[in-house]
Design a protein around this ligand. Structure first.
Ligand SMILES: [Zn+2]
Length: 482
């Protein structure tokens, strides 16, 4: 009976969702619906939902609650590290006292304030481990009691509009959330594991300010070259790097620079999955595969809207790659990401997608490969010498330098010695010699060798340069770019 009711609920979830989300629990949602004389089928489904809840939960799922009181407003100018520490502290204090719905709301709000990129809910023996990823590091918040696991999972599935009873296969979706710190798009993914579904929530950054090209971590020399590149009327600029390496931030910063500097103005359009930052000046389209709108389709539709500059979230199939090449040849500047392990590797990927070497050579402007390194607090860093091991690695890479920096800790960085992250870039510009090599179809390592001879600074060297400038430590530079 319960299974049948659940199945029925699954069919009508999109229809009852607004009622369900607005009501504090399933039984009052049913009363709301009964009062408004909704179709009996929907009502029956609601009854099923109520039965499921009673069967599977001891704590009721309530509507989003006001969580201001748990995360009080901070004085203006509070630095990031302190904000993150306070938000995580507040979450630790309250996590055992809230029901599933309030806990979900507070966790997301704390994650936004801490500028966490992901929230992990990992079911294991004895409960559900809650952790946040902040600046690339996993921070354990605590173990949630086992009786909250079902309600939290269901609450997140309701928000994501997923089917509650499917627990044996991966599901994913997204939902928007508004908090006093701004709104965010949360991408939720559910994966069956031995102890139940593991949930990871990726926190989009809707509502944050557009990053500036001066602030993303380019060295002064690279900054000038990038600005010159962004001034070009047509061609392709590729970004590559692991997930969470700041590619999207770099692309937004580049678009912001173009918008601010291009003479006569620029029509800027994006196709993204998801939209991580809403910028009113850009025409942004979100990929929606369920509605048949993928990167290729969205891209083609965008081209009919007379844009000058287009950011395409990712090129991962030959159809999208071909449209990108065509539009790069016909008066559009395209910024996009391609999955590859190095700047030179991007070309290889595109050739694998069936792009002709001569097309690639004539349309490409540059490949940008990047990583994020933890940034030292500029107020308290102290001089440091390389360890003997580090000195050996520097010498092996034919790099010099004996004065670097180490973290110390001060009130401004909450005694951590660190302050957020910054990007390290390897930028392979397409010089005439590199273009010729591309046409001849040189392999990745030969291409990289040539690019270095032409002035490309390899990632490792760029990271060491960051350490020399005091932006990060030598150990961090070697960890990330070694
Ligand atoms: Zn400091």
């Amino acid at each position: 009976m319960i299974a049948a009711a659940c199945a029925l609920l699954a069919l009508v979830v999109p229809d009852i969702y607004p009622f369900y989300a607005a009501a504090p629990d399933a039984s009052s949602a049913a009363r709301m619906l009964a009062g408004s004389l909704i179709h009996p089928v929907v009502l029956l489904a609601l009854a099923g939902a109520g039965a499921c809840e009673l069967a599977s939960r001891r704590r009721p799922v309530t509507a989003p609650v006001e969580v201001d009181e748990f995360l009080p407003a901070l004085p203006p100018g509070t630095i990031r590290a302190r904000k993150a520490a306070l938000a995580i502290e507040a979450l630790k204090l309250r996590m055992h006292k809230l029901d599933a719905s309030a806990l979900v709301a507070l966790t997301v709000q704390a994650a936004i304030r801490a500028e966490a990129s992901d929230i992990h809910l990992h079911p294991r023996h004895g409960g559900m481990q809650l952790s946040l990823r902040v600046d690339g590091d996993m921070i354990d918040v605590g173990l949630l009691p086992p009786d909250l696991q079902g309600p939290i999972t269901n609450r997140l599935k309701v928000l994501t509009r997923l089917v509650l009873y499917v627990t044996d296969r991966p599901q994913d979706g997204h939902f928007p959330i508004a908090t006093p710190d701004g709104s965010a798009e949360i991408r939720a993914s559910f994966l069956p594991t031995e102890h139940g579904e593991k949930i990871v929530l990726r926190v989009g950054r809707t509502g944050m300010k557009l990053p500036s090209i001066e602030e993303v971590g380019l060295t002064p020399a690279l900054l000038e070259r990038v600005k010159a590149m962004l001034d070009k009327p047509q061609g392709l600029i590729f970004f590559t790097g692991p997930i969470g390496s700041g590619k999207t931030t770099s692309i937004y910063a580049a678009l912001g620079h173009i918008r601010a500097t291009r003479r006569g103005g620029a029509q800027i359009a994006t196709i993204e999955d998801p939209i991580e930052l809403v910028v009113p000046a850009f025409a942004q389209t979100k990929v929606n595969r369920q509605a048949g709108l993928d990167f290729a389709q969205g891209f083609r539709a965008l081209l009919r809207q007379d844009p000058n500059v287009i950011a395409v979230g990712e090129i991962r199939d030959s159809e999208t790659a071909n449209i990108a090449m065509q539009s790069g040849l016909t008066g559009h500047l395209i910024l996009t990401t391609v999955h590859a392990d190095s700047a030179a590797g991007v070309f290889n990927r595109l050739l694998e997608m069936g792009i002709e070497p001569f097309v690639l050579a004539s349309v490409s402007l540059a490949c940008v490969s990047q990583r994020l390194v933890k940034q030292l607090c500029a107020h308290c860093r102290v001089p440091a010498k390389p360890t003997p091991e580090q000195a050996v690695r520097l010498a092996a890479a034919k790099l010099t330098g004996s004065s670097f920096f180490a973290p110390r800790g001060c009130p401004r960085c909450d005694s951590t010695g660190w302050n957020g992250r910054t990007a390290v870039y390897e930028i392979l510009e397409i010089s005439p010699a590199v273009r010729e090599a591309l046409q001849k179809n040189l392999d990745t390592s030969q291409l990289m060798k040539l690019a270095i001879a032409e002035g490309t600074v390899p990632l490792f060297e760029a990271a060491v340069e960051h350490a020399r400038l005091g932006r990060t430590t030598l150990a961090e530079a070697m960890r990330v770019a070694g």
